[in-house]
Design a protein around this ligand. Structure first.
Ligand code: PLP
Length: 415
């Protein structure tokens, strides 16, 4: 399936109507480049798949928190899944609606809880008993009502990388069924808590439908038990986690996803909430990077590029695969390369054993990096973070400037 945002026409590469060499000339490398059309196409096809149901798509901010992207999605009706107070402030700065915000995460601080209650968010996804007590106490002190749902750990195998699997009973996330019911009973007697929903999020980069089906069955079972106790649940939040095709994966499309899960909810009068991140943004971004040096060895060839693990962490962290395309002409014959950055770590690589025809100065595109690319970047090795650009047909919009040395040392002082 060729659903890359970068394409070639007569040997020249483009993103939407903009030539890659034009982007490189104007903004240099490394650069994250997103396609507005790709973001909206994904968002709209998700919407379209669920149009017959009462639903809300809460984009997972951590996948890509750039204000322009949050604003774009907010303008098209999206809500947001946040995991920190900083993300809530980003949503507000991007003109998102806090009443469409769900707040996940196991370590919500008192300050973050207060901020979220102040903005009357749609729901706190409660991950433990002490968190429930803390939220009740803070809401009571503020004279406000806090909306909650309980994050259930449905103990299903998402069949994904262990680092991004969150729905097994040994994970730190959520509570088991028995504990969930106990929490609902406690919450039902709290004067500053309003029970709204039930929630789960079982992992990321999931490419099969069965884990979602199993989770919904589990959650619906709990809803039925709560009904008997006189506790009403208004929404079911199935979390995010739908995968994308990085290499040879065959993730379900949104239509197949809808067809698999909607029948399970037919008899329930529930609003469905989704928390997708990767499935909306993953395909929509590339990282443009230049070849600094070609280093040929007796056993390995290295293409040393100007982007590194600090810019794109997924290969180093998860051994994740991203396709790498040379967007420049090269007369060199193709050879096998490890594509590596300048950072002083053996784990600093972007791709291994790639057949590429390349030479110094060529511009490579690392594809499918719209989600968990820039958002996981750091300044390790005192490297400034890349510029972020949004291409909209014939326009290039600079949505985050490249950092400079002053950004690197902001807040520091010498004694
Ligand atoms: C990370 C995360 C998401 C988004 O996951 P994707 O795989 O990007 O869809 C959604 N909900 C929660 C609670 C998360 O932690």
């Amino acid at each position: 399936m060729n659903n890359k945002i970068i394409y070639s026409n007569n040997g020249k590469y483009f993103i939407e109507n903009i030539a890659v060499d034009e982007i490189e000339k104007k903004f240099d490398t490394p650069a994250y480049v997103y396609s507005k059309k790709s973001i909206l196409d994904s968002y709209r096809s998700f919407e379209e798949a669920f149009k017959t149901s009462n639903h809300l798509i809460c984009f997972a901010v951590k996948a890509n928190p750039n204000l322009a992207i949050l604003n774009l999605l907010a303008n098209h009706g999206a809500g947001f899944d946040i995991v920190s107070g900083g993300e809530l402030q980003r949503v507000i700065a991007a003109k998102g609606d806090p009443k469409k915000v769900v707040f996940s995460g196991i370590g919500k601080s008192s300050k973050e809880i207060e901020l979220a209650i102040h903005h009357q968010i749609l729901a706190f996804n409660i991950e433990s008993e002490p968190e429930l007590y803390r939220i009740q106490a803070i809401a009571q002190k503020m004279g406000k009502i806090a909306n909650i749902s309980v994050r259930v750990n449905p103990n299903v195998d998402a069949k994904t990388h262990p680092y991004i699997s969150t729905g097994l009973k040994d994970n730190k996330f959520g509570v088991d069924e028995q504990k969930a019911i106990e929490l609902y009973k406690i919450a039902n007697n709290m004067d500053s808590i309003a029970i709204r929903g039930i929630d789960c999020h079982i992992g990321s980069q999931i490419t099969e439908l069965s884990p979602f089906i199993d989770s919904i069955a589990k959650l619906v079972g709990i809803i039925d038990k709560l009904k008997v106790l006189g506790i009403h649940i208004a929404h079911l939040d199935i979390g995010g986690g739908i995968g994308i095709n990085y290499e040879n994966e065959k993730p379900p499309n949104f239509k197949a996803y809808a067809e698999a899960i909607l029948p399970l909810l037919e008899k329930q009068n529930l609003k469905i909430i989704f928390e997708p991140g990767r499935a909306i943004l993953g395909k929509a971004g590339v990282l443009l990077t230049k070849v600094e040096y070609v280093k040929k060895g007796s056993t390995k060839n290295f293409a040393i590029i100007d982007a590194a693990m600090n810019d794109l962490m997924r290969p180093s962290l998860y051994n994740a695969y991203h396709d790498i395309i040379n967007t420049s002409q090269s007369s060199e014959s193709s050879a096998q390369f490890d594509v590596v950055g300048p950072v002083c770590e053996t784990g600093d690589f972007i791709g291994k054993d790639r057949m590429l025809s390349l030479e110094e100065g060529n511009v490579l595109a690392v594809v499918d990096v719209g989600a968990y690319g820039m958002s996981m970047s750091s300044n390790y090795n005192s490297r400034v973070r890349p510029v972020e650009l949004l291409v909209d047909e014939n326009k290039i919009i600079e949505i985050r400037k490249r950092e400079n040395f002053n950004d690197l040392i902001r807040g520091e002082s010498i004694i």
